[in-house]
Design a protein. Structure first.
Length: 410
C-alpha cells in the first residue's frame, strides 16, 4: 500500500493541485494496515461512491481558473515533490507521507479520522472558518487594519521556534495536557468565555495604535504586550509549590482590566482550572521551558503577543463563533478518543524524534515568507469561494475524506 501511494503521488506532481491534495488525503489517512498490508475497507455500492472530479467541483474550478493556484503549484513542486534536499532523496513530500504512514501504523489515528469524517458531516467546524480566513488575511496583509501590512514574521517565528526549541518539551506538554482529567472542562470554559458578554465588551476596548489618555478603559497594543509578558514571566518563575501565589498575582494583574470581574464565572473558573493544571509538574515543567525558548526568539513577545492583540482587536474576527464549534467538538468526542489519539501521536513522535525532525523541517520550511506568501492566498480561496455546487473547496475535501474513510476507491 505504501509503495502504491508514493508512486501515485509522485506521478501527480505535474498534474493539477486538486489531484495533489486528493492523493495526499488518501496517502496520509487511509493506510492503516501493517507495513504494506491494506486495512480492510467497507465495500459500498458503486452508486454511493462518486468520483474525485464529481466531489471536487469547486476545487477544480478555482485551480484551473484562479490566479492563486499556479504559485501554490510551484511551491508544492519545488519545495515538496522535487528532491531538492540531499536529506530527502525522494523529496520532502515522500518523507512526509512516510512519517504519516508510520504514525498510522503505531497509533490509534483512526480515532482522529473517524471524528474528522463525523465533523465533515456536521456544521460544527464551519464557525471556525471565518476565524481562519481572518487570520490568514491578517498574515497576508489583506486587512485594512492594521494598515494593510503583512505579518509573515509571525509564521517565520513559529518555524524558528519549532526548529530551535526542544521538541521533547512541546510534545510532552501536548500529551500531558490532553490527558489531564480536566482538559475537557477547559474546552468548555473557553467556549463559555468566548460567549461571555463581558469578554466581547472587553475586546471592543482594544484599540490599534496608542490609546487616548482620556479614553477610559482603552487597551493599546503596547500595554497588552506588556500585560502578557508579565503574566508569562510570573509563570516562568513559578514552581509547583508556588503556583497558588503566582495565580494570586495574575488575578491581581487581570483585575486591572476594564469591564470584566475576575472573581466571577467564567473568569474565576478559568483561573482556578489554570492553577490546577499548572500545579502539575508534568505540565508546568515543559511549559516553562517553551516560554524560556520563546523569549530567546521573540524578545519581549513583540511578535507573538502583538499578533494575539491584533487578532483580538480585528473587527473581521468574531471570537463568539468559537463557542458553538468548541461545544460541538466536545459533543462529537464524548469519550475523549480523539484527544487520546492526538496524545498518543505526540508520545510516538517524542519516542521517535527523527520522525518529528522531518515534520518540523517541512513545516518550518513552508512557514518561511517566500513559501507561505504563495500558499495563503490559495488557502483563502479554498475556504471562501463557492462553486456551482454551492460548496467551498474545503467542504468538498471534507466530503472526499468521508468517502475515502468509508472504503470508496474514488
Amino acid at each position: 500500500m505504501t509503495k502504491r501511494y508514493l508512486s501515485l503521488f509522485i506521478a501527480m506532481k505535474s498534474r493539477t493541485p486538486q489531484l495533489l491534495i486528493a492523493t495526499l488525503v488518501a496517502a496520509s489517512f487511509l493506510d492503516c494496515g501493517a507495513g504494506d498490508a491494506t486495512a480492510p475497507a467497507v465495500q459500498l455500492p458503486a452508486k454511493n461512491c462518486p468520483s474525485v472530479p464529481q466531489i471536487l467541483v469547486t476545487l477544480n474550478q478555482i485551480s484551473d481558473g484562479g490566479v492563486n493556484f499556479p504559485a501554490l503549484s510551484v511551491v508544492i513542486d519545488r519545495e515538496l515533490v522535487q528532491p531538492a534536499n540531499p536529506s530527502y532523496p525522494s523529496g520532502r513530500l515522500a518523507a512526509l507521507i512516510g512519517v504519516f504512514l508510520d504514525i498510522a501504523k503505531n497509533t490509534p489515528i483512526e480515532n482522529v479520522v473517524s471524528t474528522l469524517t463525523t465533523i465533515g458531516d456536521s456544521p460544527a467546524y464551519k464557525p471556525l472558518l471565518p476565524l481562519l480566513e481572518g487570520a490568514l488575511r491578517y498574515i497576508a496583509g489583506l486587512l485594512a487594519a492594521p494598515n494593510n501590512i503583512t505579518h509573515y514574521n509571525v509564521t517565520t517565528l513559529i518555524g524558528t521556534m519549532l526548529r530551535g526549541c526542544d521538541g521533547r518539551d512541546l510534545l510532552a506538554l501536548v500529551s500531558n495536557i490532553l490527558r489531564a482529567p480536566n482538559f475537557r472542562q477547559l474546552l468548555t470554559l473557553i467556549a463559555d468565555l468566548t460567549a461571555d458578554a463581558t469578554f466581547n465588551q472587553l475586546l471592543d476596548n482594544f484599540q490599534f495604535g496608542n490609546c487616548d489618555p482620556a479614553a477610559a478603559g482603552c487597551i493599546g497594543r503596547d500595554g497588552f504586550i506588556a500585560l502578557l509578558s508579565s503574566i508569562f514571566s510570573y509563570i516562568q518563575s513559578s514552581t509547583t509549590d508556588t503556583v497558588a501565589s503566582t495565580f494570586a498575582t495574575i488575578r491581581s494583574v487581570l483585575s486591572s482590566l476594564p469591564i470584566i470581574d475576575i472573581t466571577k464565572p467564567p473568569w474565576s473558573d478559568l483561573m482556578a482550572l489554570g492553577e490546577n493544571l499548572l500545579a502539575q509538574a508534568s505540565i508546568l515543567t515543559p511549559l516553562k521551558s517553551l516560554l524560556a525558548c520563546h523569549q530567546t526568539k521573540d524578545t519581549g513577545g513583540a511578535i507573538l503577543f502583538g499578533a494575539i492583540f491584533d487578532l483580538l482587536a480585528l473587527d473581521e474576527i468574531k471570537f463568539k463563533d468559537v463557542t458553538g464549534a468548541v461545544n460541538a467538538f466536545v459533543a462529537l468526542d464524548p469519550d475523549g478518543k480523539i484527544l487520546g489519539a492526538v496524545a498518543a501521536i505526540a508520545d510516538y513522535l517524542r519516542q521517535n524524534l527523527d520522525k518529528y525532525a522531518i515534520l518540523v523541517d517541512i513545516v518550518a520550511t513552508i512557514l518561511e515568507q517566500s513559501r507561505i506568501s504563495a500558499i495563503i492566498p490559495a488557502l483563502i480561496d479554498l475556504i471562501t469561494i463557492r462553486g456551482p455546487d454551492g460548496k467551498t473547496a474545503f467542504e468538498e475535501l471534507m466530503t472526499l475524506l468521508k468517502y475515502l474513510s468509508k472504503g470508496c476507491a474514488t
